[in-house]
Unconditional design. Structure first.
Length: 335
């Protein structure tokens, strides 16, 4: 009896926490119709999956979209939650018109979700476990590479006569000289740029809240210190945003940090001002840095460490050196 009461209390706590999170974020993750119709245990499993298992906000958004879309598809067919079979998952995957990589993500979301339902005895077997995804072999990433020369052109084109120019130069320089993801730069706080005695460092919060300390090279250090002085951030609160937004075109900083969208739009504007292609993105600098270091003969393991990749195969996806080899070969065709 005590166990049942404890389980009931736990479910009430999770639901209360879920309601509070939704109110604070302004985003609703209410259960789909099939989940609600399946009863309280299914709803508990849904909330545990959304708020307990999915800790990364980006993963949560992607998985929620995938699972909700599939459950709505099943609902339209009149299939109850406990009647979903591998055939349904397979048919659904066949109907998707997404790219192979996106379809793999969709299937991964369904597998994780139904694992939770099996764990909570909502369904007997995971219907997505037996479904195989399309074989996908990626040799090279799709992100367009900005060249070293283009990076230099971009940096020198920025008007540093204003504090906004100093900020933008600093942001782009961090992208180049740390190979950091734009999300990690958006998370930077004032305390994350610090002196360790013999050098300055940046503390980056990468995917999965993984912390990495990257040494700051001499010119980047100068760019960051100039920005801090001009923006009067020397004595700012340690957990305040490092790179901040401005009030429209006034060049006056707010207390709000730049998010990934703000940084991406800024990069696009600066690219256009420099006469460079707007097809480049903040991730293009990461590709440039990885390719440049590998071209100089820096060991793959060292470049992998800088990029923060768990698998060296991921680092190789950023390597664009073989494009030059391919181009040289095709130019020699005698036809």
């Amino acid at each position: 009896m005590g166990t049942m009461d404890e389980d009931s209390n736990n479910r009430s706590l999770i639901r209360a926490g879920a309601d509070e999170i939704e109110q604070m974020s302004g985003v609703t993750h209410s259960a789909p119709v099939l989940i609600t119709a399946a009863g309280s245990t299914a709803k508990f499993a849904w909330e545990e999956f959304v708020y307990g298992r999915l800790r990364n906000p980006g993963t949560r958004r992607a998985y929620l979209f995938a699972v909700r879309r599939f459950l709505n598809w099943c609902s339209d067919l009149g299939v109850e939650l406990n009647r979903i079979a591998p055939a349904h998952v397979g048919r659904y995957m066949d109907e998707l018109t997404y790219a192979p990589a996106t379809k793999k993500l969709q299937l991964a979301a369904l597998r994780h979700f139904f694992d939770e339902l099996v764990l909570r005895h909502v369904v007997v077997l995971n219907p997505a476990a037996a479904v195989r995804s399309q074989r996908l072999q990626v040799i090279e990433g799709k992100t367009p590479e900005i060249t070293v020369k283009q990076c230099r052109t971009l940096l020198t084109s920025i008007d540093i006569g204003t504090v906004v120019g100093l900020r933008d130069r600093a942001v782009i320089s961090v992208l180049i000289y740390t190979a950091a993801r734009v999300g990690a730069i958006a998370k930077l706080r004032r305390r994350d740029f610090y002196d360790v005695g013999d050098q300055y460092c940046l503390r980056l919060t990468e995917k999965g809240t993984k912390l990495r300390e990257i040494p700051v090279r001499h010119d980047l250090r100068g760019f960051l210190l100039e920005y801090i002085e001009a923006a009067r951030l020397e004595n700012s609160v340690s957990d305040s945003p490092f790179f901040r937004t401005t009030i429209r075109r006034t060049k006056t900083f707010t207390a709000i940090g730049m998010n990934t969208g703000d940084i991406s739009r800024m990069v696009k504007r600066r690219l256009a001002d420099a006469g460079l292609s707007r097809a480049f993105s903040p991730h293009s600098f990461r590709v440039c840095t990885v390719t440049d270091l590998l071209h100089q003969g820096v060991p793959l393991a060292d470049v992998q460490m800088l990029a923060g990749h768990a698998d060296p195969r991921t680092t190789r996806l950023y390597d664009r050196r073989h494009r030059q080899v391919t181009r040289n070969i095709v130019e020699r065709i005698s036809v």
